[in-house]
Design a protein around this ligand. Structure first.
Ligand code: DC
Length: 217
């Protein structure tokens, strides 16, 4: 069974989706981590971002292992580094690149082959797995999402102003939804869950209930 969780940045998708997968005994695929990993390779190689072909080469040659809790890029644990502000901002170059998307979508489908998975991103229910059995669109208001992101970065030792995060987030929301390839879209058959004012435990409980409805359908 494939469960897709799409939604905007900061809706709490990553940690909730991982916990949902654990709860269900499914594998978990964090597709944002893949785009982040490619951006990290670009940053490290100090590429000219206008040179999209370099990024496509990275996407084709990189080994990204998402099978455990850590994100392993070419044998190195980059779980922490790919969440930095610098990588977050550079990721749009990877996400907006048609060739990179083609390659990563191929890897995502390959990863899901024959498995029960929870997969999380922007285009999972629309483009990557249009026939997924259960689709969720997880969202929250912009202010709530920005507050969560500030808390998240603080727990990683990065101090940032809420205003700055809100501004970057608005820009990312626009880029995410206006992207020509793999834009953020709610699939017609997705169940929308608005998480404002809900604790993580409450959201998790709700999602387990939604998946069970589809499992028994
Ligand atoms: O979910 P996240 O913040 O880790 O995603 C990082 C970036 O990657 C974000 O700018 C959107 C992009 N992304 C994407 O374009 N397609 C996906 N399936 C997942 C993430």
């Amino acid at each position: 069974m494939i469960v897709t969780i799409d939604g905007p940045a900061g809706a709490g998708k990553s940690s909730i989706s991982r916990r949902l997968a654990e709860e269900l005994g499914f594998e978990f695929l964090d597709t944002g981590a893949m785009y982040r990993a490619i951006a990290l390779l670009g940053l490290r190689a100090e590429i000219d971002w206008a040179d999209g072909d370099r990024l496509v080469e990275f996407a084709k040659s990189a080994s990204i292992d998402l099978s455990g809790r850590a994100v392993i890029l070419d044998g190195e644990d980059v779980s922490h580094e790919i969440r930095s502000q610098q990588v977050t901002q550079a990721t749009r170059y990877a996400a907006g690149n048609v060739g990179v998307r083609e390659e990563l979508v191929r890897l995502q489908r390959e990863f899901a082959e024959g498995k029960d998975i929870v997969t999380e991103g922007r285009d999972q229910g629309t483009l990557v797995f249009p026939h997924a059995e259960c689709k969720v669109f997880l969202t929250a208001s912009p202010e709530e999402r920005a507050r969560r992101r500030v808390r998240d970065l603080a727990s990683r030792g990065e101090t940032v102003a809420l205003e700055d995060i809100l501004q970057q987030q608005t820009k990312r929301d626009e880029e995410d939804s206006q992207r020509e390839v793999g834009p953020l879209l709610k699939a017609e058959d997705a169940v929308e869950v608005m998480t404002d004012g809900m604790t993580e435990a409450e959201v998790l409980l709700k999602l387990v209930g939604i998946v069970q409805r589809y499992q028994h359908a």
